[in-house]
Design a protein. Structure first.
Length: 441
């Protein structure tokens, strides 16, 4: 393929990598609302221009204002060069003889989930729930480390029920997005609509439920939502990065309810399952990867299914963009790129303050302000402590991040927090959960 100009087919194939990059850096709600609706049109290497189609002019204005830098960064990461992005709306794009519809939904089905000894119990439980919702296992609680297929199983349940029970209302939500939606409902006086949306669902699927822990108002809301659905014989499925009993600041009444039904774990796949995952992904992407290359990848990436699939996607992109056939060399390059991309984004003080604010039910602006109410003061001390623990910033720099407070104020706050953590197990558990949640993002 000539590098001077990317064909529509090639750009479409590689676009999923751009989307994967963006997904890890913004919330799922933001991705679904703004990024997922973009269609790749043209990639001009000679002119350094990427043409992207969006639904309407309002969408274009929002992307231009809020997401251009992210998309530019993603394109540079995938293609190795900087592009100027041009957003177009449908009426500005010449009609094509044949439209290509692309979707990632095919990835999230039971047929595309590779079953092995490490996940067969969780897979069977999810299949049972999808076949007969709210009949066998309710709630179903699935836990395991990131990248092992929990989200795939949750999405597969969604897609299966949507196909077989089209009359059912299904909600899929991330734990932190549930918190954000609830906060927005309180701020805008739409809590009744919020209650109606969740408490009248037939199926509630919550990914990363651990993110509601420690947030009192969120846990209170979810407690009532859970009760309403359970009593109405509606299906609830939850995933977490750890067993419910290990979520330190999860309220006892929620812990008890999460364990009412069935708990299933997913573990890292064995070698044979990793090979099967690579081959299945290659088959779906219509790329032939030699056995020796499959084995090379499986021997080097052992604990993360998402990385295995990402490596195959990357090798397909190499082939489409440069004509590079799958080999040990391209596998090495793909592994290096994926491992680099999977590293957590640098944690900013802003992200830490936002997580603490959600936990304490205040705003980030409150934490940075001069307000001295009890709850805001506690949140501010906690935020300073977590910033110090995660970033290791000097106290003077921490003070600057918190409204220009002086060194002595920060030192006092840190000392107070250390005393509380040493004496109060609840405070210690809250700090530990906040730190874990931030590092897991």
């Amino acid at each position: 393929m000539e590098r001077e100009n990317g064909s529509m087919e090639s750009f479409s194939e590689a676009w999923s990598l751009v989307c994967d990059y963006c997904k890890g850096r913004i919330t799922e709600v933001a991705f679904t609302t703004w990024i997922s609706r973009i269609e790749p049109v043209e990639l001009d290497f000679a002119g350094n221009i990427a043409v992207l189609q969006v639904p309407n002019d309002f969408h274009r204005q929002t992307l231009t204002r809020c997401y251009t830098s992210l998309l530019t960064e993603a394109l540079e990461h995938i293609f190795g060069m900087t592009f100027n992005i041009r957003f177009v709306i449908p009426e500005e794009v010449a009609p094509k003889e044949e439209e290509t519809v692309s979707s990632e939904d095919y990835e999230y089905t039971f047929d595309t989930f590779i079953v092995g000894p490490s996940n067969k119990f969780a897979h069977a439980a999810c299949m049972a729930v999808a076949t007969k919702p709210a009949t066998l296992y309710n709630p179903l609680f699935i836990y395991g480390n990131s990248g092992l297929g929990k989200t795939h199983l949750l999405r597969a349940i969604y897609n299966s029920i949507a196909q077989n029970y089209p009359e059912m209302t299904i909600i899929y939500i991330k734990g932190d997005d549930f918190t954000n939606e609830m906060i927005d409902a309180i701020r805008h006086g739409t809590t009744q609509d919020f209650h109606e949306r969740y408490r009248k669902a037939d199926i509630l699927l919550v990914d990363d439920i651990q993110f509601i822990a420690g947030k009192d108002s969120t846990q209170e809301e979810f407690f009532h939502t859970f009760n309403s659905l359970y009593e109405a014989h509606r299906q609830i499925v939850l995933t977490s990065d750890r067993p419910a009993k290990d979520i330190a600041t999860l309220e006892e009444r929620l812990l008890t309810r999460f364990e009412w039904g069935l708990t299933a774990d997913v573990q890292p796949p064995d070698f044979e399952t990793r090979i099967a995952i690579i081959r299945r992904k290659a088959e779906l992407l219509q790329i032939d990867i030699p056995d020796v290359v499959c084995e090379y990848i499986a021997n080097r990436v052992k604990n993360n299914i998402r990385q295995l699939e990402g490596i195959v996607k990357k090798m397909k992109a190499y082939y489409l963009l440069n004509g590079d056939m799958p080999s040990i060399n391209t596998a090495q390059a793909a592994i290096s790129d994926i491992m680099s991309n999977e590293q957590p984004t640098p944690l900013t003080v802003e992200k830490i303050i936002e997580e603490v604010a959600r936990t304490f039910g205040v705003s980030a602006a409150d934490i940075r302000s001069s307000k001295r109410s009890s709850n805001i003061s506690k949140a501010r001390q906690m935020a300073m402590y977590v910033v110090r623990e995660i970033t290791q910033l000097p106290t003077a720099s921490i003070g600057e991040e918190f409204g220009g407070r002086d060194h002595s104020t920060v030192v006092y706050s840190l000392q107070e927090m250390e005393k509380k953590i040493g004496k109060d197990s609840r405070t210690r558990a809250t700090a530990e959960d906040i730190i874990k949640n931030i590092r897991d993002r």
